[in-house]
Write a protein that binds this ligand. Structure first.
Ligand code: DMJ
Length: 465
């Protein structure tokens, strides 16, 4: 069997992580050591947990077995330290859940539920909207120092639903689903400026704190989880569907723009004023709008498929217009710029997946060969500019081919970027979109058939009131 380039890239990235950074969170490929960082509290092995499912689906079984053994013997959940609720949920809980669903190994299920329990104290706020940071040992939680007026972030408290519903499925404990349905209920009820969801909300008053709206950082995966909640419920979670389409209509009316050169993009919104900037993070939205297009009248479906294709095309342009053929962290559409970074501080690329993620979904939805061609361009660019002797590294400026490396192999490169590349070049029945949804860290979770979501009295009460 022919080995896919992304599987070889994964093995190379993994082998180097194992050799130089085993048990740490990420590999520093230039200095050949491990990075711990401050996102996961005392938790370790983010790259191991993020890699389990990728190794497994790629058939890298020796590597998967090493990863499983590490989880069994060394993943210590009794840690102290400031952890991001969001990051721990999407990477660790999501990674463990996927590993369980793919392999059936009880170890992963037990760890996921054990960790899920430790996240619950973050919801002890007057509104039930969780705070962003939690000490997994003491259960104390607080808001990010940089978030205005002690607020919680939309993309953080709005990106728990998929994992928490599965925690309830696996543990038979309704508490997880109750927590996320309570968030849903509050967001459904609250007044929204022009139908848009601002990025900052007070967990104390339940009111918006600022009117900054973004489909990129701070907002992004909230929208993703609305449509994926609907899909994961076997299309029974109608509240999620309604909220998603209403939000998307408001986004189209207020944020979607066409540049003078004909590129469609998502601007950001600051209290009514448009900032003509699109972040790399916002490029996931091509794929999201594509998978959400499936429902409704044929005309609507075509409209959303066209929008998804246009956004994905714009994101590809942000790659082709750079010297390295990799895209910048943010690109602009003002002062004559069209899909290029105008600020030095926006020129970096940290091995992010979002553009490739949209190629993968658009390929599966349309089978237009251009998406595989674009994916191939990304493989070549990654090989040429990001592969170093001992792993893969982000780069500081996508507009110069004499690259400067940032010395970091992000764990999402292993869980997302390489997995989406692998899926882009695989048959559609590998993790079919009919059966799986991917969490925002690309960890596949199965669609829940015969879902009790609609029958569950608790949920009916919390959502439709
Ligand atoms: C990942 O951790 C997730 O995709 C998240 O939703 C956004 N940022 C990174 C990758 O860029």
């Amino acid at each position: 069997m022919e080995v896919q380039p992304s599987a070889e890239m994964m093995k190379f990235a993994w082998d180097n992580y194992k050799r130089y950074a085993w048990g740490k969170n990420e590999l520093r490929p230039l200095t050949r050591n491990g990075h711990i960082g401050n996102m996961f509290g005392g938790l370790r092995g983010a790259s191991v947990v993020d890699s389990l499912d990728t190794l497994y689906i790629m058939g890298l079984m020796d590597e998967y077995n090493d990863a499983k053994e590490w989880v069994k013997t060394s993943l210590d959940l009794n840690s102290n330290g400031e952890a991001s609720l969001f990051e721990v949920n999407i990477r660790y809980v999501g990674g463990l859940l996927s590993a369980y669903y793919l392999t059936g190994e009880e170890l992963f299920k037990n760890k996921a539920v054990e960790l899920g329990e430790k996240l619950l104290p973050a919801f002890n706020t007057p509104t039930g909207i969780p705070r962003g940071v939690i000490n997994l040992g003491s259960g104390t939680s607080w808001s990010w120092g940089w978030a205005s007026a002690g607020s919680s972030i939309l993309a953080e408290f709005g990106t728990l639903h998929l994992e928490f519903v599965h925690l309830t499925e696996l543990s038979s404990n309704p508490v997880y689903t109750e927590k996320v349905m309570n968030i849903r209920k509050l967001l459904n009820k609250i007044e929204k400026p022009h139908g848009l969801y601002p990025n900052f909300l007070s967990p104390v008053s339940g009111n918006w704190v600022q009117h900054h709206v973004s489909i990129g950082g701070l907002g992004d995966s909230f929208y993703e989880y609305l449509i994926k909640s609907y899909l994961m419920s076997d299309k029974t979670d109608d509240d999620a569907k309604k909220m998603y389409y209403t939000a998307l209509e408001a986004i189209e009316a207020n944020l979607v723009q066409k540049s003078p050169g004909g590129l469609t993009y998502m601007a950001e919104w600051r209290g009514g004023i448009l900032d003509h900037k699109m972040g790399h993070l916002a490029c996931f939205s091509g794929g999201m709008i594509g998978i959400g297009a499936d429902d409704g009248a044929a005309e609507k479906r075509q409209h959303y498929l066209d929008l998804a294709a246009e956004i994905t095309h714009t994101c590809h342009e942000s790659y082709t217009r750079s010297a390295t053929k990799l895209g910048p962290e943010a690109f602009r559409f003002d002062s004559g710029a069209e899909a290029t970074a105008t600020r030095l501080s926006d020129r970096y690329y940290i091995l992010r997946p979002e553009v490739i993620e949209s190629y993968m979904y658009m390929w599966r939805l349309t089978h237009d060969p251009k998406y595989r061609e674009w994916g191939w361009e990304a493989v070549e660019a990654l090989e040429q500019h990001c592969r170093v002797e001992s792993g893969f590294s982000g780069i500081r400026d996508v507009y110069t081919t004499s690259v400067s490396h940032d010395n970091m192999q992000q764990s999402f490169f292993l869980s997302e970027t390489l997995k989406y590349l692998y899926l882009l070049f695989s048959d559609d029945d590998l993790l079919s979109l009919e059966d799986w949804v991917f969490n925002t860290e690309a960890h596949p979770l199965p669609i829940i058939r015969n879902s009790c979501l609609q029958d569950d009295a608790t949920q009916e009460k919390t959502v439709s009131e």
